[in-house]
Structures are given as structure tokens and as C-alpha cells.
Design a protein around this ligand. Structure first.
Ligand code: GAP
Length: 508
């Protein structure tokens, strides 16, 4: 029997496993942690690097039309004025005056509780998959408390940004459960500020980038002028981004320091952008599937035209079924020529390109696939987390926890075991194979404990293959036992067959 843990407990299980096995720790943990910041331990950093490398290989190195870039985190502050971030990059916030807690107004939902046409009060709930149910239970409780007879009208939740001034005093704070302490929603700026240079006045204010994209736009001209690019082409960048999120939550899903993998794909203003957008959506879905996400867990959220930013032609988010619900994983936006035009205007430098094919000069339009590394990692962990039951060394069926990572991104690719640690000939042979494989991949050597327990330890960290050196290896034909993590099936293979197999599974 194989089953994923129920989605309620899944996040807790993942967080626990990540800490226990050294994938992810709360940042500054010895000082009690720091909300919205996470550190990646020995296995986490491998997984993270493998995701980034897979993306870079597939999006940059294996394509002829995309160039790479690594720009600075702190850039000229005018870049953020031109991009609109200084004035417009904010989230609506609401404070609870009593508890001093802060909420994102668009994640705080409320509804009037109406019985037989009379509003007897309000309920509020913080966004969650069960918010409707929670609100209905709270409304029923309010009705009981008010001893109001009659039928409860359906509870219609709205987010707090839609509240009217006369409702602020009536909506209960999620912190206290009582009305009267919530403020009006107001905009909260998300960019982290810092000072550059010896002066501490406003002229020294700079920003930690909230996206890598502007680094690409700011370098577009240098790449066009120095490279051999021709339309259509893309510039890709992987790097840290920082946002002072009001409510970082759901583990690494929404944090204050994270990493992005972004592409700006420049196209002719006359190109069939709808077709190109569709091609990018398909490319992104295929890539997610290639690193092991289930196709059925990925859906498309097409932003309605009336909700698009004024410069945006279209945006489709790829949504993934995370443990805390279906949420955005990858945004694929058609941004027209907005960003390059803004930088042309603010910098005074021409952003035009000469299109050799059509002999036209223009400022290109752009399609922007933008993906978070940490969010991808959480998606991968959620999809991989599995609990099943398998027989132990003595044939007794036991529960096991395993991470079904694709071999392409698994932090440890294979574990090498001598059957017995007190037999020098087995140990020597296992060590030799370990050293050989270690030259190409991140592999692990383990000689301690019963072989079944060694397998289990590797299953829990998602190592796809176990390789055991036993007496047949040294006394008979030199073959080793190759065990598959997911099926637990074992077969004997020669060393050449083993290496060819690993090559195909890991690098293929
Ligand atoms: N340049 C466009 C841009 O930055 P976005 O939708 O704000 O668009 C793109 O972010 C992606 O970055 C998201 O789809 C998500 O994967 C990731 N991301 C955004 N904010 C994040 C946060 N606070 N924590 C983790 N990942 C985040």
C-alpha cells in the first residue's frame, strides 16, 4: 500500500523531516529563529543546487536562444523608481490595535452574519483551504450566543480590502475574536531598504532587489550590444530576492529572503505573442514534470483581463497542489514593452534593437516566466513525501517514510554499502566503488547497522539507489546488488551496467 499523508498533516511531516534530516532549519535558530527566513542544511543545499542546475541546464545551456546573467542584488535606486517598485510595490495591510498583530488585508476574510434579514455581527477568518467551513462554524456559534431564532443566510466571504469604513469597527480581529480593534487597510511597502556609502541621508537609500527581473532589464542593452543575440531571445538569471512580506508563512512557500529563476524572453512587437506565451506555459509545465512533479498536480490560473496590471497583456500562473492548498508556483506574464520603455525613459539610453530578419528597429516586447527556487523545492518535497509499508530484514511488515525524488534532483544519488563492516575485503571493494562514483555524483557510504536499516535511512532522504557489495561480488562475478528505493526491488548488475544505468537516470 502506498499513500501520501493527509494534506492536513503533510506540511507538519515535511517540516519535521526537513529539520530531522538536515534539509531546512529555521534561520538563527539558536536565537529563537527569525520569522520568514530559513537556512538550508547539508541535504537541502544539495537539493536546492540540483533544482537550480537542472533549470539552468534546460533553460540556458541546452537552448540556443537564451543567455545567462548574474547581476548584483543592490542596484542603482533609480532602477526601482523606473520599474515602479518604489511607488507601487506594496501589499494591503491591516493592524489589530489590541494584539499588535499585523495581517495582509487580502488574506483576511470576513462576512456579515445575517439571520432573517438582521445582521447580528461579523465573522473573520485568515485565508486557508477550509476558510468557508471555519467561517460558517463561527457564524453558527454567533447565532447561538445571540439566541437568535430563524435561518442563517449563506456566509459570503470577502477579503478585508473590500470592507467599507463603517465595517472596520464591526469585524472581529482574528487575534482576539472581538470587533473594534482592526484598522483600515493601508499599503505596506515590501522592499527592504538599506544605505550605501558613508552618508546616512535619503540620498544613500538603496534597496535589496525584490525580483531578479530588473537586473535583466538593466543589463539588456549591454547584452544586445556585446552578444550575438537576435530576436527572439531570452536572458535568464538565478538569484536571491528579498521582500518584507507582512505575513511570511507556510514554511518556505512565502519567505522574506528567497531565490528566483527568471527569464525575460524578448520578442518582436509584431510577433504572435499569444502563441509564444502558450509555448512558454507548455515549456514550464514540461520542465516541472521533468523534475518529478506530477502533471495532475499542476493547473493553470489565467488572470482575468480586468485584474491585469495596466501594462500586462496576459498572465497565467502555474498552480500546484501544495500541502496548504492550490497555490501559485510559476508566473508566466506577457509584459509588453513596459519595462524597457520605462528604463529607456529614466536612463535616457535607447533600448531599441535592430531585427536582422525584418530590418526593423524597435523596443522588443517581453514574456516573463518567473519561478521561485524555494517554492519549487517545497513542491518537490510535497510531491515526493510518501509513507508506505514494506517488509524488514526479518520479513515483518513495517511502516516507512520515503522521499520519491527524481534521480535528477535527489540530493544523494546512490548509497554504497558493504554487506558487513567487519570484512575488510567487502569494505575495501565498497570503498573503491564509492570513490569511483563520488568523482561524478554526490554519493554516500554507509557501513553501520543492519542493511535494512541502512536502506531505510536512505529512503527517508530520497536516495534513489542502494548498492550493496556482498560475497558474490568478491568471490563470484563482481556484480553488485542494485536496490530501487520506490519498489525495493533488487537486481544484480555489473559495474559497467551500474554506471550506464546511473548515467541514464541521473544525467539523461
Ligand atoms: N518578476 C516577476 C515576479 O517577481 P512574482 O509573482 O512576484 O513575479 C515570481 O514572483 C515567483 O517568485 C512566484 O511565482 C514564486 O514562485 C516566487 N516568490 C515570490 N514571492 C515569494 C516569497 N515571498 N517567497 C518565496 N517565493 C516567492
Amino acid at each position: 500500500m502506498t499513500a501520501n499523508a493527509s494534506s492536513d498533516g503533510l506540511m507538519e511531516e515535511i517540516v519535521g523531516l526537513c529539520k530531522r534530516r538536515g534539509f531546512i532549519f529555521p534561520s538563527s535558530e539558536i536565537y529563537g529563529g527569525y520569522n520568514g527566513f530559513y537556512d538550508y542544511g547539508p541535504l537541502g543545499v544539495e537539493l536546492r543546487n540540483n533544482i537550480k542546475q537542472a533549470w539552468w541546464r534546460d533553460m540556458v545551456q541546452r537552448r540556443d536562444d537564451i543567455e545567462g546573467l548574474d547581476s548584483t542584488i543592490i542596484m542603482h535606486p533609480d532602477i526601482w523608481k523606473a520599474s515602479g517598485h518604489v511607488d507601487g510595490f506594496s501589499d494591503p495591510m491591516v493592524d489589530c490595535k489590541e494584539s499588535k498583530l499585523r495581517y495582509r488585508a487580502d488574506q483576511l476574510f470576513f462576512a456579515p452574519v445575517i439571520v432573517e434579514g438582521d445582521t447580528i455581527g461579523y465573522v473573520s477568518v485568515i485565508e486557508c483551504p477550509e476558510q468557508q467551513e471555519v467561517a460558517e462554524q463561527a457564524a453558527a456559534a454567533l447565532k447561538r450566543k445571540a439566541a437568535k431564532q430563524g435561518e442563517l443566510a449563506p456566509i459570503v466571504l470577502k477579503d478585508y480590502t473590500e470592507s467599507k469604513p463603517e465595517e472596520y469597527e464591526l469585524i472581529p480581529s482574528p487575534a482576539t475574536g472581538k470587533p473594534g480593534s482592526l484598522t483600515a487597510p493601508r499599503e505596506f511597502k515590501l522592499m527592504f531598504e538599506t544605505k550605501v556609502g558613508p552618508l546616512a541621508d535619503d540620498s544613500a537609500t538603496a534597496y535589496l532587489r525584490p525580483e531578479t527581473a530588473q537586473g535583466i532589464f538593466a543589463n539588456y542593452k549591454s547584452i544586445v550590444d556585446t552578444g550575438r543575440v537576435k530576436i527572439p531571445f531570452g536572458i535568464a538569471q538565478i538569484g536571491k530576492a528579498f521582500r518584507n512580506e507582512i505575513t511570511p508563512r507556510n514554511f518556505i512557500f512565502r519567505s522574506r529572503e528567497f531565490e528566483q529563476m527568471e527569464i525575460e524572453f524578448f520578442i518582436s512587437p509584431n510577433a504572435d505573442w499569444k502563441t509564444l506565451h502558450r509555448e512558454w506555459i507548455d515549456t514550464c509545465i514540461d520542465w516541472l514534470v521533468s523534475i518529478g512533479l506530477p502533471r495532475e498536480g499542476i493547473t493553470e490560473d489565467i488572470h482575468p483581463e480586468d485584474k491585469l496590471a495596466f501594462y500586462s497583456q496576459a498572465t497565467t500562473d502555474l498552480m500546484f497542489q501544495f500541502p496548504h492548498g492550490e497555490q501559485e508556483l510559476w508566473g508566466i506574464a506577457c509584459r509588453g514593452d513596459y519595462d524597457l520603455m520605462q528604463h529607456q525613459k529614466h536612463s535616457g539610453k535607447s533600448m531599441t534593437i535592430f531585427d536582422e530578419a525584418t530590418k526593423e528597429k524597435y523596443v522588443p516586447h517581453v514574456i516573463e516566466p518567473s519561478l521561485g527556487v524555494d517554492r519549487t523545492l517545497l513542491a518537490v518535497l510535497s510531491a515526493a513525501y510518501t509513507e508506505d509499508e514494506v517488509p524488514n530484514d526479518k520479513g515483518k511488515v513495517e511502516k516507512r517514510t520515503l522521499l520519491k525524488f527524481s534521480p535528477k534532483i535527489a540530493p544523494v544519488k546512490a548509497a554504497i554499502f558493504p554487506l558487513l563492516k567487519n570484512k575488510p575485503e567487502l569494505v575495501e571493494r565498497a570503498q573503491a566503488l564509492y570513490k569511483k562514483l563520488q568523482r561524478r555524483w554526490n554519493v554516500f557510504y554507509d557501513a553501520s547497522g543492519a542493511i535494512g536499516r541502512r536502506y531505510r535511512r536512505q529512503d527517508e532522504i530520497g536516495t534513489p539507489y542502494g548498492i550493496t557489495i556482498d560475497f558474490d561480488t568478491i568471490e563470484k562475478d563482481g556484480t553488485v546488488t542494485l536496490r530501487d528505493r520506490d519498489t525495493c526491488e533488487q537486481r544484480r548488475v555489473t559495474e559497467d551496467e551500474l554506471i550506464a544505468f546511473l548515467e541514464e537516470q541521473i544525467d539523461g
